[in-house]
Design a protein around this ligand. Structure first.
Ligand code: GLN
Length: 454
């Protein structure tokens, strides 16, 4: 098999299933085929050690790709072609991966179903009446439908793990700071992380290996040594101490989802791990804290989309103020407007102390909950989501039930720790995700536990 065969296989598969799944926003066909040919020439006679060389990948559309349309799922960036590559895109390119195209997402990564995309709704490949999850829905669906071997998503409050769970694939949100955010179109900068979505845990480790590590172009990038993730996939978990937060199996979690998680814990127990129930007492404040902080940060980050510097400009403006106003009114969707308004309110003078500052304090309490538990345990395990995928249209009129979907993933972003979602069975024909949460920069232990499932 050569790279041209792989890239051909990817586009063949896309032409077969994309009509149903609709995971992509743009394809990179001409350039990908050219790169495949070049790689085949270079790789002829290559010793054959496994790297990413020649493997077809696709990227969430909030990851900047030089000269390749990057919309962040928004009409306001419909015509935006970045002039540089995100660090992750650059690192993948150097590792030899071939970018097949850009993937659909909720607008500016705000959403849990892909229904907030400014373009179209991606479908869940297991059942096309259901959502693929979000906001990295295209990233999870494209891998689940075998359109690409792996993809990158971004996770601010669950956007890698929740769609990975809904589509039955493996998705990792790395420790905050492990993967560079340079060239990621920002939603909430203190929470956003880019991470790999793959079919297997092993592929996931390969992909993380390629993208992790310090980047001077991102001031929040951690200056830590990147360990060897691949050697952690031993499946040996003898003596591992697992914490199971009672808040993660409480009311609101579907009984069948709960049952699958308990079954998974029994598998881990049979391999020599022990588990105990613990409490993360401030979890109940996580959702409110997250929506205040993330919307506040978004209101500031999205102020750069003014119709002048990037993307689409309104044709119906008589003066500068109208140009800003009309470009933003026409370019942003409802959910994005909702968040900008909430964030602007929370940051405004007179309300700042009561909302934004209070939320920052609660964020610290949530982080401390995790630190307490990690004093005595190696990992925390629970479901990724309270339910399996829901039907398209089921929650679109009710933003609050949509927000509640992320109740088990959001605390992880607030604490900055890493977590993976791995498939752990099915309920009513739809995949269930198991969430494994680790200590800061301890992705190795997460992979070791996850590798038991391969
Ligand atoms: N669904 C959450 C939100 O709408 C999380 C999104 C994300 O992680 N990007 O904010």
């Amino acid at each position: 098999i050569n790279v041209t065969d792989l890239v051909d296989a990817s586009y063949d598969r896309i032409s077969q299933v994309e009509g149903k799944v609709q995971a992509f926003l743009s394809l990179n066909e001409e350039q990908a085929r050219r790169m495949a040919k070049e790689l085949d020439d270079v790789l002829a006679g290559y010793p054959g050690e496994r790297t990413l060389a020649g493997l077809p990948i696709a990227l969430k559309d909030n990851i900047s790709t030089k000269g390749l349309r990057t919309t962040s799922g928004s009409k306001i960036l419909d015509n935006f072609n970045p002039i540089y590559d995100a660090t992750v895109a650059n690192r993948l390119y150097k590792a030899g991966a071939v970018t097949i195209g850009k993937l659909n997402m909720d607008e500016f990564a705000m959403g849990s179903s892909n229904e907030n995309s400014g373009f179209h709704v991606t479908k869940n490949p297991w059942n096309t009446d259901y959502v693929p999850g979000g906001s990295s829905g295209g990233s999870a669906a494209s891998v689940a439908a075998s359109e690409v071997l792996f993809s990158l998503g971004s996770d601010t409050g669950g956007s890698i793990r929740q769609p990975a769970a809904y589509c039955g694939v493996v998705g990792l949100k790395p420790t905050y700071g492990l993967v560079s955010r340079f060239g990621l179109i920002a939603f909430a900068s203190s929470l956003d992380q880019i991470g790999p979505i793959t079919r297997t845990v092993e592929d996931n480790a390969y992909l993380l290996q390629a993208i992790a590590g310090h980047d001077p172009m991102d001031s929040t990038s951690a200056n830590v040594d990147v360990p060897d993730y691949l050697s952690s996939l031993t499946g040996d978990i003898k003596g591992l101490r697992i914490a199971v937060p009672k808040e993660y199996l409480a009311e609101g979690v579907n009984p069948e989802v709960k049952e699958k998680v308990i079954e998974a814990l029994k598998v881990l127990e049979a391999q020599g791990a022990t588990w105990e129930e613990v409490s993360l007492p401030h979890s109940k404040y996580a959702l409110a804290t997250y929506y205040l902080l993330s919307s506040s940060e978004a209101s500031a980050n999205l102020s750069r989309f003014d119709g002048v510097r990037y993307g689409v400009r309104s044709d119906n403006a008589e003066n500068l103020l109208e140009l800003y106003k009309n470009s933003r009114s026409e370019g942003f969707g409802d959910e994005v407007k909702r968040r900008i308004m909430l964030g602007t309110f929370a940051l405004s003078s007179g309300y700042y102390d009561a909302y934004y500052k209070k939320a920052q304090k609660v964020r610290t309490l949530i982080k401390n909950d995790f630190e307490q538990v990690f004093n005595d345990f190696d990992v925390i395990i629970g479901p990724t989501t309270p339910t399996t995928a829901f039907k398209i249209g089921e929650k679109t009129d009710d933003p609050l039930t949509m927000y509640a979907n992320d109740i088990l993933t959001i605390p992880v972003n607030l604490a900055g720790v890493p977590a993976i979602s791995v498939p752990c069975g099915f309920s009513n024909g739809l995949p269930v995700g198991l969430q494994i949460i680790g200590k800061h920069f301890d992705e190795r232990t997460i992979y070791r536990v996850a590798s038991v499932y391969e």
